[in-house]
Design a protein around this ligand. Structure first.
Ligand code: GLN
Length: 513
């Protein structure tokens, strides 16, 4: 991602893509506990969270083709075999699987100047071998001057010995050379500054020029320091010269310098509670955490994220919410922790604490309002399987008979028209927006009249289907809940309007205290 940002600073058009050696068709069916969040693209592809980094760091909008898994590759090969496309030959990893992989590396010339392809996994994995072999062949096909191998490696620090170790890098480069790949650049993740003699040693053992041994130091403050840090290591110049790409005018890294400056020198700070189910895993709400950082940049404000386990609220009550300046309930699946989330929404509503509900967080807000304001005591979501419940959140017809779980939710960008008098309309300063979705259940239109009669505002709607996309409680300072995932469109260079407005409201709330 940071490399993409850096090349964009030189004026190149970049596409980034991720190849993952696992056998799932996509991460859509994987638990956030295993794999972090599932990141969704405009076209509805459910992808690895690295694609989130790529989009946050660059100006490209990625698509389904930019996220490839071994599962997709093998599934295609097997389909072709069944169709008879291989005309009687024995279907093998080389050449059939590798050809299928190679066909996915290439992008049309008009679309971009440089394609950055990241291969997930570790060198030496059984699963990643066909991907590395395909890369080697690809460089042979395209001419070595058009392809550059960059190896990301870890240089661990052994505290007991007080030493940085080059051995893991030596080993992985040796493995790469065994299969015919000589990396030309080494990017070394390290927690300590790499002394020149360490760079020299890595250069010697790994057969990489000394200037091409690049340090990627663990960053003190923010990952958004990375483009500048890598620029200072001349990574961009080395890549540009190795690929023989001259002729672009200079490099403007100043937007990234401004971002770092904003992050390092905030005027104030707010505490935002995220009441969720996957709180112990840092990457489970990756895009939300990042969007809050971006909103902090826009407000010259540090956003302290306070992870709160919904089940903890369920057990011990709302005491832990008392000092927060804003509350956010993120997306999620299944009924674990629902009671705690309902309590958190109720607390925000009754105490006029700015509330931001995202996807499941919106559905919970609707249920809470129905129960405690509109008097529908049995209000519930069809997802939570209580047949006696009144389903203010339900499955719409097109979702009712779906049995296949993978890739069948309401996915990707949908239009939403905003209500004239809403906070959302003010925040976006636009009438019509497009936001990314990933959910099955929806606001049940049968309850719309009753809920709006009690003061709920439907502030956004999809024009074709009429589905409710945003709700608000206008009587409160800031209570906005959305059926989509705004976090997927936020970038440090372009903070998302709803997150920005939420943090503004949290700042106001804090200054009132
Ligand atoms: N579980 C809910 C649904 O499927 C919400 C999904 C989400 O929060 N992403 O509709």
């Amino acid at each position: 991602g940071a490399l993409g940002a850096l090349l964009e600073c030189h004026g190149y058009k970049v596409i980034l893509q991720k190849f993952d050696p696992y056998l799932n068709i996509d991460p859509g069916t994987m638990s956030p506990f295993q794999h972090g969040e599932v990141y969704v693209l405009d076209d509805g592809a459910e992808t690895d969270l690295d694609l989130g980094h790529y989009e946050r760091f660059t100006n490209t909008t990625l698509c389904r083709e930019n996220s490839v898994s071994a599962g997709q590759i093998y599934s295609n090969v097997i389909q072709k075999e069944r169709r008879g496309d291989y005309l009687g030959s024995t279907v093998q990893v080389i050449p059939h699987v590798t050809d299928e992989i190679k066909s996915r590396f290439e992008r049309k010339k008009d679309d971009c100047d440089i394609v950055i392809t990241e291969i997930g996994g570790t060198v030496g994995d059984i699963e990643s071998l066909p991907f590395l072999e395909a890369m080697r062949q690809f460089a042979l096909d395209k001419g070595k001057e058009n392809v550059l191998f960059i190896h990301m490696t870890l240089v661990p620090y052994l505290r007991a010995a007080g030493e940085l170790k080059s051995k893991p890098s030596q080993q992985s480069v040796a493995k790469l050379r065994e299969i015919g790949i000589q990396p030309e650049l080494l990017i070394c993740r390290t927690e300590l500054h790499l002394p020149q003699d360490m760079k020299r040693k890595l250069s010697m053992f790994c057969n990489v020029e000394e200037k091409s041994v690049i340090e990627e130091l663990d960053l003190q403050c923010s990952i958004y320091e990375l483009p500048v840090a890598l620029h200072e290591e001349h990574l961009d110049d080395i890549i540009i010269s190795k690929l023989g790409l001259h002729g672009r005018a200079g490099c403007d890294i100043s937007p990234w310098k401004r971002i770092i400056d904003k992050i390092k020198h905030p005027d104030t700070a707010v505490d935002i509670g995220i009441v969720g189910k996957y709180t112990e895993l840092r990457d489970a709400y990756k895009s939300i955490n990042e969007a809050l950082v971006h909103a902090g940049i826009a407000n010259s404000c540090k956003v302290n994220i306070v992870p709160i386990d919904a089940e903890h609220v369920e057990r011990d009550g709302v005491e832990c919410l008392k000092n927060l300046d804003g509350i956010l309930v993120p997306g999620g699946f299944g009924n674990r922790g629902i009671k705690g989330k309902l309590l958190a929404v109720q607390f925000a509503r009754e105490n006029n604490v700015p509330y931001f509900g995202i996807c499941l967080g919106m559905q919970i807000a609707v249920i809470e309002f129905a129960k405690n304001v509109a008097g529908i005591t049995a209000a519930d979501s069809e997802e939570f399987m209580d047949n006696a419940g009144k389903h203010v959140i339900c499955l719409i017809e097109s979702q009712q008979n779906i049995e296949k779980k993978g890739g069948t939710m309401r996915l990707g960008a949908y239009e939403c028209q905003l209500n004239e008098k809403s906070n959302a309309r003010k925040a976006y300063s636009k009438e019509c927006i497009f936001e990314r979705h990933r959910h099955r259940y929806e606001f049940n239109p049968e309850y719309e009249k009753l809920l709006t009669d009690h003061g709920l505002l439907i502030s956004g709607r999809n024009p074709e289907s009429g589905l409710v996309e945003i709700i608000e409680i206008p009587e409160l300072d800031w209570f906005v809940a959305v059926q989509f995932h705004p976090e997927f469109l936020s970038k440090p260079t372009r903070p998302h309007p709803l997150f920005t407005d939420f943090i503004r409201a949290a700042k106001n709330n804090k200054s009132k205290k």
